[in-house]
Design a protein around this ligand. Sequence first.
Ligand SMILES: Nc1ncnc2c1ncn2[C@@H]1O[C@H](COP(=O)(O)OP(=O)(O)O)[C@@H](O)[C@H]1O
Ligand SMILES: [Mg+2]
Length: 265
Amino acid sequence: MSTVAVEPSPAAPREPTAPAALLRLDRATRVHGSGPTAVRALDAVSLEVAPGELVAVMGPSGSGKSTLLNLAGCLDTATDGAVVVGGVDVASLDARGRAALRRRHVGFVFQDFNLVPALTAAENVSLPRELDGLGARAARREALDALETVGLADLADRFPDDMSGGQRQRVAIARALVGPRRLLLADEPTGALDSVSGESVMRVLRDRVDAGAAGLLVTHDARHAAWADRTVFLKDGRLVDSTGRPAQADDLLAAAPRTPQEGER
Ligand SMILES: Nc1ncnc2c1ncn2[C@@H]1O[C@H](COP(=O)(O)OP(=O)(O)O)[C@@H](O)[C@H]1O
Ligand SMILES: [Mg+2]
C-alpha cells in the first residue's frame, strides 16, 4: 500500500486515487495533564485504516479506546506523533480546520450517543447534512433513508427522550451514516442493543465499508469484532496485539487480556 506523507507537500494530490489509508496514526500519543499526575491515555499507537477496511478495537476499560477514536475523529489532538485523516495531518490545522476536516470525512457514533434532545430523530440525523449546506427537504429525505436502514423509519418524528436506549443508539448510527463521510468511527455502537439489533447494525456498518468507507469500531463483543477485517487490542494506551485476518471469537477471548509473547510483534 502506498503511504501518505505526514507533511503534505504542495504538489501532493489532496484526494489520492489509490486506496491510501483514510486514517493513519503514526506513533500517536495523548498525554492528559503533566508531571507526576500525567495520564498517558494513548502511547505511540501506529495504525492505518484503508477504504474497504473495518478494524475492531478491543481492550479493557481505561485502555485508551475512546481516546483513539477522539484523535481519529479530529475531536482531540495528539500530544506527540501524527494523526493523518484523508491525507491531512490534523496537527497542521486549527480548531476551525479540524472541524471542517471532521465534517468532510468523519461519521462518529459516540459512546453516549450525543443526540440533541430538542430535535426529533429525523432532525438529529439531518442536522449534519444541513450543516453541510444541503436544503432542508433533501436533508430530511436522506435522514429518513438512513433511519430506514437502521430499522427506525416509524420513529422519525419521535424525540430522543421518548425512545429506548437501543433506539437512540440506532438514531446515532443513522446520523453517522448520512452524507458522503467515508471514515466511520463507532464507540461501542452495539452496547445498548439486543443481539438481533446488534447484528443488524454490524451489517449496516459492514455494507458501508464494503462500499468504500473505512471503519474503526470499538467493541467488547467478540461476535461483533468478527465482522471486522482485523482486530487491534489496546492495553494501558498501547497497541499490544492485532489479528491480521478476520478474527474468530475464540481468538479474541483468548487474546484480549494477555500481553503478546516474545516474537509475536
Ligand atoms: N480528559 C481526560 N483527562 C484525564 N484523563 C483522561 C481524560 N480522558 C481520558 N483519560 C484517561 O485516559 C485513559 C484512557 O481513557 P479512555 O480512552 O476513555 O479509555 P477507554 O475508552 O478504553 O475506556 C484512562 O485512564 C482515562 O482515565
Ligand atoms: Mg471508552
